[in-house]
Structures are given as C-alpha cells and as structure tokens.
Design a binder for this molecule. Structure first.
Ligand code: ADP
Ligand code: MN
Ligand code: MN
Ligand code: MN
Length: 342
C-alpha cells in the first residue's frame, strides 16, 4: 500500500469566466488508483459561487484521472460538480450537459499570455516593447525572454507524463504570448485534457511569480492607438468519423450552412469578451459574420489544404473560440451543430 496525493480539480461558479479550483486528499491504494476507485468528495460551494451559505456542500465526482509526476504518488483528478444528492449535475457543471461521441476528434490550440507584475512577461515597466513581428515562433532573449521557454518545456513534460496528448507548443505573435495544442477523441475527453493542461500550467507558473492571462484581449493599447496587439484564441479543429471517411463537397456545404444558421449559439459559448478579439483584424473574422475559406486565417472556419486535396475529407478549424472559452461548451456546441445535419 502507498499513500497517494489525490488532487481533486473542478470549475467554480464564477461567470462569465469559471476558474479552476483544487484541493488535496490523501488516500491509501495498493497501486495507482483507477477512476472507479476514487470516491466522491465535497467542498464548500458558498466560497466558489456554487451554493448559499446555509446549505453549502457541493459534491465532487471524479471523471478523469492523470498521474502527476510533480509530486510523489501524485494524482490529478478532474471532477464534475454535483448537487448534494450526488446525482444531479450542478448548474455550473457544463460537462454534464454536452453531447459526446468518441468518433469526433478535437484539436484545441490554446493561446495565452504569461503575466508578471500586471503586464505581459517581457513588457518593459509602464511601457510597450517593439511592435509585433519577431515574437511569433521567435528565438533569442530579446524575443522570448529568459523564463518563458523553461516554463513551456516543463509544461510539455508534465503533460506528457500525465498521459495528456499535448501535441506541440509555439511562441505567439504578441510578446509574452504562447500556445500549446491538445488533441483528444470525444468532446468530454478532449476538454478534460485541456482543463487539466490549463491547470498544470497555472500551477507550474506560481513558483516563477508568473500568472496565466486567459482573457482573450488583455492588451488594448498603446493609449489612444488602435488595438495593435493580437488577442488569444482557442482555435478548435474538429473531425467526425463521417468527415474523415466519407466527406464530400455536398456534405461539407451542408455543414457550413448549419454553422451559419447557428452562428449566435456558437458565439455564445466561444468565450467572454470575444467582440474585442473578433474584429476582422489580426487573423480573425468579425464577430457578427460567418465565413469559411481555403487556408483563410481571416475566416470564421478555415479549410486546410489537405481537406480539399483529399476530396473534402478530414478536419476543419473553427477559429472563433477564444482562449478563455470553456472547451466542454465549445466541443459540445460543434458536435451539436454537426449532429443537426442529416
Ligand atoms: P495552425 O496553427 O496552423 O492553425 P496547429 O498545428 O497549431 O495549426 O493545430 C492543428 C490542430 O489540428 C492540432 O491541435 C491537431 O491536433 C488538430 N488536428 C489534426 N488532425 C485532426 C483531425 N483529424 N481531427 C481533429 N483535429 C485534428
Ligand atoms: Mn496553432
Ligand atoms: Mn496560434
Ligand atoms: Mn490555428
């Protein structure tokens, strides 16, 4: 037997941006615990905007388990929040509400800013660095500073050791802005991995005095100037079994018609403040337009060359979801729209 450190992770009830919360419980197991072996647990929902003070207990129901190599016998336990009966999903529990299908694959590109002392990492105190250009996929101290790469390297290893399908990283267009990509099969699985990868990153940067800014348009200056700094997206690449094996131009056009029809429902779950980011500038489409285009990074949905070259088969990229969006709701909405097409 060994004592395992079980880190129960959940999403709080804050709107429009839920935050990650977690706490540790120590339990003895013969070997690394399986999901079925992990008990439900509780927390004080009155401190997370999930309950009134009088009847404050909420239930944590484990839904996914990952090894945590940063701690001896460490376990990351992603949870759904349930009502006190343990059976009814709490209103903040988005995971419980979405359609799922293991044949639908998602690749999320998570962009974010490192923040230190109230500004993006690498911004000079009270001012702005040189304009965008050299930072995207940049190398060298003047472009990426001295600690960002150390953090993203550690993030890769912790995620891979946890069994998370992190597929890559890159420095992004704005200074202090980076991206990682997560791939998963099924909307719940892919989004679980994304939330845990976000958790790992936010926890990792504590020791550096650095925060992660998930908000999609943190820099709106310089003062009196146009919005000259890129925002952060969570481009969501998706493919269903039918899109990969059968595809076809006719089916593709039906899919796009459904995405156009449900534009408002998509935008509603694609993250707060998205009007600040989806402006038609900085490789985005305007928030009130739906367009798609071949290799078009100014479209709502980008069609990769590979998709057309293989006879309208493969995956598509929805470029509208933002960095703060809830991947459960994003994946669920995409799947719902696809399922509405005969
Ligand atoms: P870019 O920056 O050019 O938009 P990235 O390489 O950052 O592209 O991201 C591409 C994403 O597409 C990755 O997250 C990858 O997992 C995902 N992807 C690749 N093939 C598929 C597929 N068949 N279904 C869903 N997602 C896919
Ligand atoms: Mn990318
Ligand atoms: Mn990117
Ligand atoms: Mn992309």
């Amino acid at each position: 037997m060994a004592k395992y450190k079980l880190e129960y992770i959940w999403l709080d009830g804050y709107t429009p941006l839920a935050s990650l919360r977690s706490k540790t419980q120590i339990k003895e197991f013969a070997s690394f615990p399986k999901l079925e072996e992990l008990p439900n647990w509780g927390f004080d929902g009155s401190s997370t905007q999930q309950a009134e003070g009088k009847s404050s207990d909420c239930v944590l129901k484990p839904v996914a388990v990952f090894p945590d190599v940063t701690r001896r016998n460490g376990v990351l336990v992603m949870c759904e929040v349930m009502m006190p009966d343990g059976k009814t999903p709490h209103p903040s529990n988005t995971r419980a509400t979405i359609p799922d299908d293991p044949g639908t694959w998602f690749g999320f590109e998570q962009e974010y800013f490192f923040y230190k002392d109230g500004a993006p990492l690498g911004f000079p105190a009270g001012g702005f660095p040189g304009p965008q250009g050299p930072y995207y996929t940049g190398v060298g101290y003047k472009n990426v500073g001295s600690v960002a790469r150390e953090i993203v390297e550690k993030h890769i290893d912790i995620c891979l050791d946890a069994g998370i399908n992190l597929e890559g990283i890159n420095a992004e267009v704005a200074k202090g802005q980076w991206e990682f990509q997560i791939f998963g099969k099924g909307s719940k699985n892919a989004a679980d991995q994304m939330w845990v990868a976000r958790y790992i990153l936010a926890r990792l940067t504590e020791a550096y005095g650095v925060d992660i800014e998930w908000q999609c348009k943190p820099i709106r200056g310089p003062f009196n100037q146009p919005l000259d700094w890129n925002g952060s997206g969570m481009h969501s690449n998706f493919s269903t079994e039918r899109m990969r094996s059968e595809g076809g131009k006719e089916y593709f056009e039906k899919l796009m018609a459904a995405f156009a029809k449900h534009m408002d429902e998509h935008i509603a779950v694609y993250g707060p403040d998205n009007h600040l980011r989806l402006t038609g500038l900085h490789e985005t489409q305007s928030i009130d337009k739906f367009t798609y285009g071949l290799a078009d990074r100014g479209a709502s949905i980008r069609i990769p060359h590979s998709f057309v070259n293989s006879g309208y088969k493969g995956y598509l990229e929805d470029r509208r979801p933002n960095s703060a969006a809830d991947p459960y709701l994003v994946a669920g909405r995409i799947l719902k729209t696809i399922q509405s097409v005969a």
